[in-house]
Design a protein around this ligand. Structure first.
Ligand SMILES: Nc1ncnc2c1ncn2[C@@H]1O[C@H](COP(=O)(O)OP(=O)(O)OP(=O)(O)O)[C@@H](O)[C@H]1O
Length: 284
């Protein structure tokens, strides 16, 4: 006799997250979940709070209110150190060292020694297709290759969750596509990826989307669900529609008819990994 299916917790669950820096509210009442093994795109314009939100997930951003759970532990827990990889926007590798020297340095910092260290280095070099450039100083590499070195460093500990802040920014379309191929390969092997971008067409590579504007979440849903909900053909247009609908709803305030009241943000429901959530609460 087989028992009930084991419950698979989302890789990330965020409940009612609020982040204030000084007087400014940067992230406002955000709830969502990231299912395991998915590529989730956090999309929104520059300055909308994507980095701040990702820093909260990684556990390096103090939260004013709310809760962030990662792989079943509070964000930032010590046990998550090797289980979560974080690729920041600013390059975090040494340009004067070669690719291999960088990887050996960072693997040693993770506590790896001897053959385990060499094993990890070779594994990540292959994962990001950098074998050809392994002996080159990072300063000699192109933008896309540079990004792949940062990614390789984040992969050294075989993280279950990879958080990447605009990894494709400034790269040409061909290189961006190559990077997304690497991301998909990682997801196919079971890694969960949370990737931010301000380029809306990156949505095409994602399984789910988190659409963000001015510190608020406009939607947490599959790409096709976003298109179906808005009746738009592109995520860019869908985003604009959701912005308009959300602004109208806010302007209507208390006078909004009950049917247009958004789904509650602070309940567990909106942090459900599979259910679509739209802040506008109605078709545009
Ligand atoms: N340490 C800080 N002190 C004051 N304001 C901050 C700080 N960090 C971020 N902010 C502000 O918070 C807002 C959101 O910043 P954040 O970097 O999270 O946005 P973003 O969506 O990642 O932007 P980008 O796409 O340009 O990287 C911005 O208005 C920014 O100026």
């Amino acid at each position: 006799m087989t028992g009930p299916e084991p419950v698979v917790l989302p890789a990330v669950s965020v409940f009612g997250l609020h982040v204030c820096i000084g007087e400014n509210v940067i992230v406002q009442n955000v709830s969502f979940a990231v299912p395991r093994g998915a590529i989730v795109g956090l999309l929104g314009p520059s300055g909308c709070g994507k980095t701040t939100l990702l820093r909260s997930v990684v556990g390096i951003q103090p939260c004013t209110a709310g809760h962030v759970q990662v792989l079943g532990f509070p964000a930032g827990s010590r046990v998550l150190r090797t289980r979560v990889g974080y690729v920041t926007q600013a390059p975090s590798v040494y340009p004067d060292l070669t690719v291999l020297e960088n990887l050996r340095y960072f693997s040693a910092a993770l506590g790896m020694r001897g053959w385990r260290r060499e094993d990890a280095v070779v594994r990540v070099v292959k994962l990001v297709d950098l074998a050809e450039y392994a002996d080159k100083p990072v300063a000699w590499l192109s933008g896309g290759q540079y990004s792949r070195v940062s990614l390789a460093v984040a992969l050294l500990g075989s993280p279950e969750l990879l958080v990447m802040d605009e990894p494709t920014v400034g790269l040409d379309p061909l290189v961006r596509r190559e990077l997304w191929t690497v991301f998909r390969r990682l997801a196919d092997d079971g890694t969960t990826l949370l990737v931010s971008s301000h380029v809306m067409d990156e949505a095409d590579h994602c399984d789910r989307l988190l659409l963000m504007r001015s510190g608020r979440l406009l939607a947490s849903a599959g790409r096709d669900e976003v298109l179906e909900y808005t009746g738009c053909e592109t995520v860019e247009n869908a985003f604009l529609d959701l912005v308009t609908a959300s602004a109208a709803l806010q302007a209507a305030g208390d006078r909004a008819p009950v049917a247009r009241v958004p789904a509650p943000l602070l309940t567990d429901e909106s942090a459900d990994a599979d259910r679509p959530y739209f802040s506008s609460g109605a078709r545009c």
